[in-house]
Design a protein around this ligand. Structure first.
Ligand SMILES: [Fe+2]
Ligand SMILES: [Fe+2]
Length: 196
């Protein structure tokens, strides 16, 4: 059948192309995204994930109060999952022929979200929730930008996006639970600081 013949011809062309530039590994001529831009975008996402790991770790160590145990466990779980995202992204950068940028002095400036220490459980949860919401919107934009030009990177980011949405949901739930339990008197702390 003609359609089948055409397909065989394509395979032959692909076989021929595969033999040229084998040093480029997974990067074939069929890759239609702007490789350098994608690597740059992924490096910014990597910086964001590392800053998230550091912020969650800080919050894990600093969580105190009656309800700290369950919240701290959530912080640690998120920290480990953000590290997993960072690893996935770094590996993809290498696969694309780039190098993961983990230079500490520029991590914060390249990160989409901020590193906020937070003074109590509620503030920590709020800051983490803000960061997750920034990550969600950023990943959604990157996924839309990639479209069908780099399906592998897009699928990886879709999985990470789903994970960030779960994180945001977890944090929102914890915030509501803490609100019901009346912990802690955050507004008062803020007002004291504002009156100084
Ligand atoms: Fe993440
Ligand atoms: Fe997250």
């Amino acid at each position: 059948m003609p359609a089948n013949k055409e397909f065989v011809n394509d395979i032959q062309a692909i076989r021929k192309r595969a033999r040229s530039h084998i040093e480029q590994g997974a990067m074939t001529q069929g890759y239609s995204a702007d490789r350098k831009t994608v690597i740059g975008i992924l490096n910014d996402a990597l910086a964001t994930e590392i800053v998230c790991v550091l912020r969650y770790k800080r919050h894990y160590y600093m969580a105190t109060g009656i309800h700290a145990k369950s919240v701290a466990a959530e912080f640690l779980e998120h920290a480990n999952e953000e590290q997993g995202h960072a690893d996935q992204i770094a590996m993809r950068i290498v696969q694309l022929g780039g190098a993961p940028d983990l230079a500490p002095d520029t991590l914060q400036s390249r990160s989409h979200s901020d590193y906020v220490e937070g003074s109590d459980l509620v503030e920590m949860l709020e800051e983490d929730l803000v960061a997750e919401r920034i990550a969600i919107d950023t990943y959604r934009d990157i996924i839309a930008y990639l479209g069908n030009d780099d399906p592998t990177t897009r699928r990886m980011l879709e999985t990470i996006l789903a994970s960030e949405e779960e994180h945001a949901e977890d944090l929102a739930t914890l915030l509501k639970e803490l609100g019901r339990k009346g912990e802690p008197a955050k507004e008062r702390v803020r007002n004291v600081a504002a009156n100084q």
